[in-house]
Design a protein around this ligand. Structure first.
Ligand SMILES: NC(=O)c1ccc[n+]([C@@H]2O[C@H](COP(=O)([O-])OP(=O)(O)OC[C@H]3O[C@@H](n4cnc5c(N)ncnc54)[C@H](OP(=O)(O)O)[C@@H]3O)[C@@H](O)[C@H]2O)c1
Length: 229
């Protein structure tokens, strides 16, 4: 049976990924900051092979505790989905520096640290994929408008971390992907976003399922289209 571990699985894209993988018969390790409040997640996993874990991706001790709890179980697909938008004050001259630091800790150090802690479990699996949920907002080539210093810089850094991990983990035949989920109708994406969580998660799962080692270190849209760095 295939095993997936998802961070930030209590709402938005992470919740939908957990729901879809569970419905397809995968064993789901669904991580969130506050399991006691994750009623949607618990409902989505009901009747399926799913476990909810407490995990704040900025907390090194919590990551170590998760590693312990997994008891050396192989992880086919690790999805570093948890992320934050970075707050309201992201414009030149009015940037919130504390929010910037918090965002980098969540969006960059978080996925790196979780990957570092769990890489051997991914390497011991059959599929061996680490998928980092990035954003087209992190693309330097696509940046025509500027602004959003905090969020953009965090996802650009995550892209570099993804490529570095791809190089690092090639020896263990682990495929590392940076993925853009689309502009998705979640708390983060807002009500005007054109893509539903369902469509996004379906697309991301398709890209992950088709991942091969020769595509490790690539940046891909949820519909499979390659994206410019
Ligand atoms: N929606 C879009 O249009 C869009 C576009 C491009 C990229 N993305 C990326 O897609 C991913 C998911 O976004 P979304 O739209 O589903 O956002 P969302 O609805 O705001 O959900 C974000 C998730 O991340 C979790 N999270 C935040 N900080 C965390 C931390 N320190 N530790 C653990 N979990 C944490 C949240 O948990 P809490 O409930 O505890 O806060 C929540 O589960 C993010 O990485 C985002 O940057 C989204």
């Amino acid at each position: 049976m295939a095993v997936v571990l998802i961070t930030g699985a209590n709402r938005g894209i992470g919740l939908e990924l957990a729901r879809q993988y569970a419905a397809e018969g995968w064993r789901v390790h669904a991580c969130c900051r506050r399991p006691a409040e994750a009623s949607d997640l618990v409902a989505a996993l009901k009747g399926h092979d799913g476990l909810v874990h407490a995990l704040d991706v900025t907390d090194g001790a919590a990551i170590a505790a998760l590693r312990e709890a997994l008891d050396n179980e192989a992880i086919d697909v690790l999805i570093n989905n948890a992320g934050v938008i970075g707050g309201e004050r992201q414009d030149f001259g009015a940037v919130d520096y504390e929010a910037w630091e918090r965002t980098l800790r969540t969006n960059v150090l978080g996925p790196y640290r979780v990957s570092e802690a769990l890489a051997d479990l991914v390497g011991a699996s059959e599929r061996r994929v680490i998928a980092n949920v990035s954003s087209l907002m992190g693309s330097i080539a696509d940046n025509g408008s500027g602004g959003d210093y905090i969020y953009r810089s965090s996802k650009t850094a995550l892209n570099m971390v993804s490529v570095n991990l791809a190089r690092e983990l090639a020896g263990q035949a682990i495929t590392v992907l940076a993925l853009h989920p689309g502009w998705v109708r979640t708390d983060m994406g807002g009500a005007d976003a054109p893509v539903t969580p369902r469509e996004s998660a379906q697309g991301l799962r398709r890209v992950i399922a088709g991942a091969t080692l020769d595509r490790s270190g690539s940046f891909t849209n949820y519909d499979g289209r390659p994206l410019p760095w």
